[in-house]
Design a protein around this ligand. Structure first.
Ligand code: T4K
Length: 374
């Protein structure tokens, strides 16, 4: 171990992008004047309009967080029975289905992009299937055209968990243009954040009243409570953060691109890195690498801690292997293999290029020593 390479302070796997402190306090000072701090305030509306413009979409609703948006998206479509989804995702995806009384049916993933393998979806469709819930993992687009074709053929609804994919485009179109509803997370750890927050982009104009009501206890008007809703409203402090952050989003994404390219330039060939699609514009949300096997991955994860570098095993364990559910990962061997080998390296807008260089050199050094030993 080279002691000169140890970081003095921890390099986290991710860190929120925050606007200039004065800009934020100036912005929120208006809330002290207006005393309107939540329930569809002025910042909420302003943020919504900015999102519509940025994503180039018409129908948008904002929520308190990504998870609640996803649950309410599912609820708004009144789905029944089974939903085909991926085990290689954050637990939120599966909890959202379960909390809506639906059974997740796990489809294996592609080894190239870690997304649901669209060629394996049709064999899982039964008379109980009502939808496909696909995840654009690490911001890499799913095979949206093929999922669309299958959904039309079998009359299924499509929801995209695009928690990682804000700003991603496919063939020049926003990723939000695919499926019936798309959810983006605005959590602090995401490319675009409003502290906590979630966005739904939806196609059917008739969902507008329902989605607005579902996040506000089902209230349509003071004397009409039409739905069994919840409280999932975005407040004005969140919206203010979102308004300031969205101003810089293109710059942030290009800074992330630089980080991504530096990793690719320096990391040795013994590390498999993320593969982007030719027809996509990426947001560089995460920097996952694949190691030879689970032992190597776990070893490197622990070894990097010694250098004060935090990495994460997103997504391990698989969602069909977690203890709160009684599912099995038997039928998703590719997801199992990827989950055992994946390691996410530090990636956030403010990460210094010199630190990226150093992290890459540590990875190369440690893997070199490790490989020489075995
Ligand atoms: N679907 C998918 C596919 C998702 O990945 C997620 C969330 C959702 C749905 C649900 O969306 P939200 O309801 O969250 O909007 C983190 C995030 O909390 C979570 O949003 C995200 N996915 C998931 C992949 O990552 P944890 O449990 O790993 O978070 P935590 O607290 O360990 O933080 C990760 C790193 O970030 C830490 O190393 C420290 C750093 N950090 C975190 C926070 C909160 C900071 O530096 N500052 C902070 O304020 O889940």
């Amino acid at each position: 171990m080279d002691n000169n390479l140890i970081f003095k302070s921890n390099i986290p796997v991710t860190r929120p992008k925050l606007p200039d402190f004065k800009n934020y306090t100036n912005k929120i000072s208006e809330l002290w004047d207006s005393r309107w701090v939540t329930n569809d305030g002025l910042f909420h509306e302003e943020f919504k309009e900015k999102i519509k413009t940025y994503l180039n979409v018409n129908q948008v609703e904002l929520f308190s967080n990504g998870h609640m948006s996803l649950e309410l998206a599912i609820k708004s479509l009144s789905l029944k029975g089974e939903v085909i989804t991926t085990p290689f995702t954050f637990v939120s995806t599966i909890h959202a289905l379960t909390n809506c009384g639906l059974k997740p049916v796990f489809c294996d993933i592609n080894p190239e992009d870690f997304n649901i393998d669209s060629s394996k979806i049709e064999e899982l469709i039964t008379e109980k299937t009502s939808a496909i819930l696909a995840v654009h993992v690490f911001g890499i687009p799913c095979n949206v055209e093929e999922i669309d074709r299958i959904a039309k053929k079998y009359n299924l609804r499509v929801i995209y968990d695009a928690a990682h994919a804000f700003g991603v485009r496919v063939d020049g179109n926003s990723i939000a243009n695919y499926g019936d509803i798309t959810m983006f997370s605005l959590h602090a750890t995401k490319v675009m954040n409003s502290i906590e927050g979630g966005i739904l982009v939806y196609k059917d104009i008739n969902l507008k009243e329902k989605l607005k009501a579902l996040k506000n206890f089902g209230i349509v008007s003071q004397e009409s409570i039409k739905y069994i809703g919840t409280n999932a409203k975005m407040n004005e402090f969140q919206a203010a953060m979102g308004i300031l952050n969205i101003e810089d989003i293109d710059k942030d994404i290009s800074q992330r691109k630089e980080i991504h390219e530096k990793y690719i330039e320096i990391l040795c060939e013994c590390v498999e890195t993320i593969r982007f699609k030719n027809n996509a514009e990426n947001n560089y949300a995460y920097f996952p690498i694949l190691l030879k096997d689970k032992i190597t991955r776990d070893w490197l994860h622990n070894r990097l801690k010694e250098y004060n570098v935090t990495t994460r095993k997103y997504f391990y364990p698989l969602c069909n292997d977690i203890e709160c559910y009684d599912y099995s990962s038997e039928n998703t061997p590719i997801a199992g293999n990827i989950s055992d080998r994946i390691l996410v390296l530090p990636m956030f807008t403010d990460l210094n290029i010199s630190d990226v260089k150093k992290v890459s050199e540590i990875v190369n050094l440690e893997l070199g020593v490790y490989n020489a030993k075995i």
